[in-house]
Design a binder for this molecule. Sequence first.
Ligand SMILES: [Cu+2]
Length: 159
Amino acid sequence: MNLMTTKVRTLSASAAAALSLSLSLAFVSHVQAAAPQAITAKDAWVRWLPNNLPAAGYVTLVNAGDKPVDLVDVSSSDYGDAMLHQTVSNGSSQKMVMVDKLTVPAHGQVAIAPGGYHLMLEDAKHKIAPGDTVHLKLKFSDGATLDTPFAVKSPAQTK
Ligand SMILES: [Cu+2]
């Protein structure tokens, strides 16, 4: 009788150990999922142009992480079309080229700024005017998505 009681106790002790192991595993994966995003966005603004001309979005992306992260996609609920472009100088003329991805270096930052990169915004879904705020979704290679507010400015405000 004594022996049996001991055996039951041993079993339930290992069952408790197994339960506590799975609990701590669940805790670990929860902590990973809640880890802070490596990338943050700052100084986000849009250069608005009249007459439904395409607008250009500018933003600085800051990477606090240990690995480089790529900006891989841009979309917006305010524009039908949003894409990453680069202005390339060809001697006396300039042209825009599509860019598939933009790398934000580890512990560094990259500026999407006039004269270099811009987020081309076309086909506004509603009336947008200087003073408004539009939202762009920036998707990154680490799986993160930043829903970023951009302040809309007139060309006169940005000179
Ligand atoms: Cu462009």
